[in-house]
Unconditional design. Structure first.
Length: 325
């Protein structure tokens, strides 16, 4: 997943599942180990406590996490624990957990560059120069125009996790609402924990964790907007662009994506914000599975292009007003 973040309850569940098989050796794979498995870190403390006394069931996992918070003095109340629980519900304890294991964030937002691709109503009008900053990093799918113009297409095909039809995409939009609700509740709890924290390592941890969840929300919103945007275009193309239809719904989705890109720009430009998403050390090292160091510039370019083609939605839906006669 492109965003580096901790999921303490999810990790503890995986440890428990592995231990239940009575293995001789357990191999623990942690993304961004240099960030999340330092001495006295949350993950390291979870591992130490689990090694001393393995958990059995959800209740014992929650008690262990509460003990971790007390040991590291991260929160005097239960707000951080609640945030971890909401995060778990958002990405693990839902019928959509396979979205994360399928790595739709990695393949959609990053490898297909949904995160930085402009959402425009008539994509055939984009010039090669306007597309080159993202197109050159998308392998094996943008050599065909029908793939290139389809925001539901991931490397040559539509799949069940992102929507094979407009109906599946529309259902996906609703499912993302459930995930986003849990992630936003996690943020609300984190904000309360930050308000109650004093100065020091606890406050620094809480603020860093909050930045990461904010960025994760941006990625989820990006996927939701891509599904909503393409479903609107597909449905309109199938039923006919009605002269009586206006472009409000499409423009609302475009506006949501503009705001989402700006939110991520603000996160990345915070102190330590660039650590939230692993980036290449130079533009030359940017790949399909790694954003370049100029990610904020690409997000600004996306916004600029979307605004440049904004009125295409009114033309597409034959909406007549004083700007489009």
């Amino acid at each position: 997943k492109p965003v580096a973040f901790e999921n303490p309850l999810g990790m503890l569940e995986e440890l428990e599942n592995a231990a239940n098989g009575n293995p001789d050796i357990m191999v623990i794979n942690i993304e961004q180990t240099q960030l999340f498995f330092q001495s006295s870190s949350v993950y390291a403390t979870i591992f130490q406590k689990f090694r001393d006394k393995p958990t059995h069931g959800l209740a014992e996992r929650i008690l262990l996490l509460h003990d971790v918070i007390q040991t590291l003095q991260l929160d005097e109340g239960t707000h951080l624990l609640n945030a971890w629980l909401h995060l778990y519900r958002g990405i693990d304890d839902t019928s959509l957990r396979r979205l994360f294991y399928y790595s739709i964030f990695l393949y959609g937002c990053m490898s297909c560059r949904y995160l930085v691709r402009p959402f425009v109503p008539i994509p055939t009008r984009l010039t090669e120069e306007e597309k080159m900053y993202y197109k050159k990093h998308v392998f094996d799918s943008l050599d065909r125009q029908d793939y290139e113009l389809d925001l539901l297409n991931i490397h040559g095909l539509r799949n069940e996790y992102h929507g094979r039809t407009k109906e599946e995409a529309e259902r996906g939009v609703i499912c993302w609402n459930s995930i986003l609700s849990s992630l936003r509740m996690a943020r609300a709890e984190l904000e309360l924990a930050i308000q109650n924290a004093g100065q020091g390592s606890a406050l620094a941890y809480l603020k860093d964790f909050d930045r990461r969840i904010r960025a994760l929300i941006c990625f989820a919103v990006n996927l939701q907007n891509s599904e909503k945007f393409q479903a609107i275009l597909d449905r309109a193309a199938e039923t006919g662009y009605s002269p009586r239809a206006n472009s409000d719904v499409l423009e609302a989705t475009m506006r949501a994506e503009l705001d989402n890109a700006q939110e991520l720009i603000q996160i990345l430009e915070m102190p330590e914000g660039r650590l939230v998403i692993p980036l290449a050390s130079s533009p030359e090292k940017e790949t399909t599975f790694l954003f370049g160091p100029n990610l904020t510039e690409q997000l600004r370019k996306k916004r600029e292009i979307m605004l440049r083609y904004w009125r295409d939605s009114q033309e597409l839906f034959q909406f007549k007003n004083r700007f489009n006669q």
